[in-house]
Design a protein around this ligand. Structure first.
Ligand code: CA
Length: 284
């Protein structure tokens, strides 16, 4: 117990009591320390605590509160970091075959380029039931391709063959997929040109409900670190094109249109697309 002391201020001291963290003590009373003295609350009044033994009880209660709080906090962090949510599953991509051209010896390097890895990509978790809602959907672009058709960007084919590539002229160019309705997007998977292991420049992925991308635009990925494409400085890194493709986190952003930019690559100033997939929960 904490009590058996004389009142020191009554209800007039409640602001003082409310200003410091209250600790629950025995009998449902609240003990707290303020300016080196100990107090507790009884029937709405602030009481001064004089007994050393009762101070010890209150200190113990505070310590237990801290220990339990830290343990629960640690458990929460471990749960979030180590285990995916129950209603999620790894995104299952249908991968094309790797290129037969091998890995060049003179790959570009730099702090802003993810090193090429020969290890499988860690699982990317998405809500159960997501589907590639971009499959077969109409595609538009900043310029007409000179090789291939725009419809090939959402046809599900992305092998490292010339006839599965859609090529456009140099400079910053974009392609845009109309999902037909606004849906919460959880992942966007892209294959630009994995015929060769190379880096594409100024990869920017945006989503919006505005087909002109003038309003309500969310940028999900941007590795244009020098703003050469004029859409803002990005903080993402460049990456090597491989048959694994690139997964961009959709973060559950709801949008109808997906627009993605490139500005050539490390092997060619031309722009190229093989496939863009958008994973969302289809509407009922
Ligand atoms: Ca394709």
């Amino acid at each position: 117990m904490c009590g058996a002391v004389k009142p020191v201020g009554g209800r007039a001291d409640r602001p003082l009591a409310d200003a410091v963290p209250a600790r629950r003590c025995r009998r449902g009373r609240f003990c707290f320390e303020y300016a080196g003295a100990f107090f507790y609350r009884k029937d709405g009044d602030v009481q001064h605590m004089k007994s050393e033994s009762k101070r010890w009880i209150c200190n113990l209660a505070r310590m237990l509160t801290l220990v339990v709080g830290c343990a629960l906090g640690t458990a929460r962090i471990a749960t979030a970091a180590d285990a995916p949510a129950k209603d999620t599953e790894p995104l299952a991509l249908k991968l094309p075959a790797p290129t037969l051209k091998g890995t060049p010896e003179d790959l570009p390097t730099g702090a802003n380029i993810e090193p090429l890895s020969d290890k499988p990509r860690p699982p990317f978790y998405v809500p159960k039931g997501v589907k590639n809602v971009a499959l077969g959907k109409p595609v538009t672009s900043s310029v007409k391709p000179f090789t291939g058709e725009l419809s090939q960007i959402t046809d599900g084919k992305k092998e490292a063959f010339d006839y599965d590539c859609v090529e456009m002229k140099k400079g910053t160019q974009w392609i845009q997929v109309d999902l037909g309705e606004s849906l919460p997007i959880y992942a966007i998977a892209m294959w630009h040109d994995h015929r060769y292991i190379q880096v594409m420049h100024d990869v920017i992925v945006q989503v919006s409900d505005d087909p002109e991308f003038q309003n309500g635009v969310t940028t999900l990925f941007n590795n244009d670190v020098d703003n050469s494409s004029g859409l803002g400085v990005g903080s993402d890194r460049e990456y090597f094109e491989t048959h694994y493709g690139k997964i961009v986190d959709g973060k559950g952003v709801k949008a109808r249109y997906v627009r993605s930019y490139t500005r050539g690559g490390s092997l060619s100033a031309l722009n190229c697309w093989q496939e863009l997939e958008v994973y969302a929960l289809p509407s009922q």
